[in-house]
Write a protein that binds this ligand. Structure first.
Ligand code: PRP
Length: 221
């Protein structure tokens, strides 16, 4: 990245807390964007600044990342495609990082396969009610009862709350250990870069240069 000039405004990144943020920071470092301050695990600071490149970074809960980007509190966000789909904010999705790969699936006991094929009125538990609704209503044209959960969604069919779940499958081990299967695949997921719609125009040069560097770095791998 080129050194910034003094009259430049800060370009602000909102990163999804956790593994995705660490992977993103590693990749940014490879293209010359570092933020030393952020590496201190004991720090309670919420916002980190790279003065030289005029960049700011902050960590946020996944579902809040598209919100910060839509409202322009962050120019750029890095977050999973699952969250982008669920939040459905007015942002541009511009880059697929290719890490954080997993799948959004309908899962349940093998016996639930028949219920899906017959288009029965079933109960679907999910942390992603909008994705579940869109899949069943608009793609499958099946009326279902969607129940929002906040985690450990696999419990749904096990304790009799729901017939199936709509959830993320990465290695598949949570399903296996709980006697559940993937019954239908909704879509592949991975970490994506999103950009505020105004920033995309006002900061076009800097954002395009950043995208170019990321693409080149990913190609070299
Ligand atoms: C996610 C997801 C599955 C699990 C899938 O849960 O909801 O439960 O990971 O991964 P696997 O296929 O590799 O087993 P997470 O760990 O985010 O916790 P949560 O259940 O509280 O949402």
């Amino acid at each position: 990245m080129n050194k910034a000039t003094n009259d430049m405004r800060y370009l602000t990144f909102a990163l999804c807390k956790g593994r995705l943020a660490n992977k993103t920071l590693e990749l940014l470092e490879q293209i010359g964007i570092t933020c030393e301050e952020m590496k201190d695990p004991s720090s309670r600071k919420l916002i980190f600044i790279n003065e030289e490149l005029k960049l700011k970074f902050f960590l946020a809960k996944g579902p809040d990342v598209p919100t910060y980007v839509e409202y322009g509190a962050a120019d750029i966000g890095v977050v999973g495609k699952d969250i982008i789909m669920e939040e459905n904010r007015k942002v541009y999705e511009v880059f697929d990082f290719g890490f954080g790969k997993c799948r959004m699936c309908v899962c349940g006991p093998a016996t639930a396969k028949d219920l899906l094929q017959r288009h029965d009125m079933i109960r679907v538990a999910s942390k992603y009610p909008k994705i579940a609704k869109d899949y069943f209503y608009n793609r499958k044209h099946q009326t279902v009862d969607i129940i929002k959960l906040n985690g450990s969604v696999e419990l749904g069919p096990i304790v009799g709350l729901s017939d199936v779940i709509v959830d993320i499958v990465e290695t598949g081990s949570t399903l296996r250990e709980n006697g559940l299967d993937v019954l239908e695949e909704i879509c592949p997921l991975s970490a994506r870069m999103i950009v505020n719609q105004v920033s995309m125009k006002m900061e076009a040069d800097r954002i395009q240069r950043l995208l170019q560097s990321l693409k080149e770095e990913n190609r070299e791998k």
